[in-house]
Design a protein around this ligand. Structure first.
Ligand SMILES: Cc1ncc(COP(=O)(O)O)c(C=O)c1O
Length: 377
């Protein structure tokens, strides 16, 4: 009997979800597992949906997104120093679909994609389901920065693309000019495609934060910018994001997008226009304050960490605790009532990820529980 996609069969379900489910089975467990902002979506965004529905926006919208939204996104991106017209934009079902459509459009079977690790697990899943291979570029020894020599060594014969995620999930780190220039030089030399997963760009605490597409515009023909409404506007459940790419590349990704999902609901797109005008700074400042608390508390517990400069994750080194991070995270759930995600889920054993996009009370309780567990070891 014929079997299903063998590459897909080898992939496990998301480790993040697994640990979250483990935590759900323990009553009162504090979950520091998901990248799910605890804030509500801004009220004006929610109100826009009712208006749009009342206006009858319930039919198939254009595949790449409504003109009004693509124009609003183009203006928004230009305000960020990224020169993309409305025609260069595809409105997608979250960054998840934007990344899927992009990678599926880029890869032939056997092609390789360089992914700096630790990394969000989705990239590998898509690459492998497309019968490609991931070449991991380990950044744990370089403070989660991209070292040019290491990047060159990670390249293979069939390396076609590199994924750049800044601010990063799971580290919260931001790539500085050296990392970005290293990627740009190698990509230009080797003719690589560059996929910039910029979903956390509005949640960066650094003043001089730069994005690769803005710093190195010469890469534009082979670069895809992926962004999302999920994180900055607490709209994870709305399932809307976008990508921007130069015409020849966009045309190919567009085909994939159309066959994958056709389009995003029109009333969701109308609300997204409103979201673009909302300032996420208050949420970002809350995350920044929590970042300071988490770093101080974990530091006091003796856990080394690289201070996050964005997103809402911290990724301490837990090698000193004398057990594998999977075991540590399982014991934290069962014995301490707090759930984190082991570094293995991001391709980096010896670390664990804590999300601090939970309420101050939950965060404090979770940290108290980690502290008493660690001090009891
Ligand atoms: C780095 C990164 N990229 C993409 C996504 C997917 O986001 P979306 O909700 O827009 O699909 C996430 C979600 O956690 C993420 O952390």
């Amino acid at each position: 009997m014929a079997d299903t996609n063998s590459d897909l069969r080898q992939l496990a379900v998301s480790g993040i979800r697994r640990f979250n489910a483990l935590a759900s089975a323990v009553p009162g467990c504090v979950k520091l597992t998901l990248g799910e902002p605890e804030f509500d979506t801004p009220a004006p965004v929610k109100e826009a949906v009712s208006r749009s529905l009342a206006e009858g926006q319930t039919h198939y919208p254009p595949n790449n997104g409504k003109k009004e939204l693509r124009e609003a996104i183009s203006a928004y991106m230009r305000g960020q120093g990224l020169d993309y017209g409305a025609e260069d934009i595809i409105v997608a079902c979250g960054a998840t679909e934007a990344l899927s459509a992009t990678l599926l459009a880029l890869l032939n079977p056997g092609d390789e994609v360089v992914v700096p690790t630790p990394a969000f697990g989705l990239y590998e899943t898509i690459v492998r389901a497309a019968h490609g291979h991931v070449r991991a570029l380990d950044t744990t020894g370089s403070g989660f920065a991209i070292d040019e020599g290491a990047l060159r060594s990670a390249m293979g014969e069939r390396t076609k693309a590199i994924v750049v995620t800044s601010p990063n999930n799971p580290t919260g780190c931001v790539y500085g000019p050296e990392s970005l220039d290293a990627v740009a030089r190698v990509a230009a030399e080797r003719g690589l495609f560059v996929v910039c997963d910029d979903v956390y760009n509005r949640l960066c605490y650094l003043d001089g934060f730069q994005r690769l597409a803005a710093r190195r515009p010469e890469l534009k023909d082979r670069l895809v910018v992926v962004d999302s409404f999920s994180k900055p506007w607490a709209m994870t459940g709305w399932r809307i994001g976008w990508l921007a790419a130069a015409p020849a590349l966009r045309e190919q990704v567009e085909k994939m997008h159309q066959y994958l999902i056709s389009s995003i609901p029109a009333f969701v797109q109308d609300a997204a226009v409103v979201a673009l005008g909302c300032d996420p700074a208050p949420m970002r400042e809350t995350y920044r304050r929590r970042r300071d608390v988490v770093c101080e508390r974990l530091g006091a517990m003796g856990l080394p960490l690289t201070r996050p400069e964005g997103a809402f994750y911290v990724f301490p080194d837990v090698r000193g605790l004398g057990m594998a991070s999977e075991e540590l995270c399982e014991r934290l759930v069962r014995e301490a009532g707090v759930a984190c995600v082991p570094g293995e889920c991001f391709g980096a054993s010896g670390f664990m990820r804590l999300s601090y996009c939970v309420s101050d009370d939950q965060l404090e309780l979770g940290l108290d529980r980690i502290e008493s567990f660690v001090s009891g070891l």
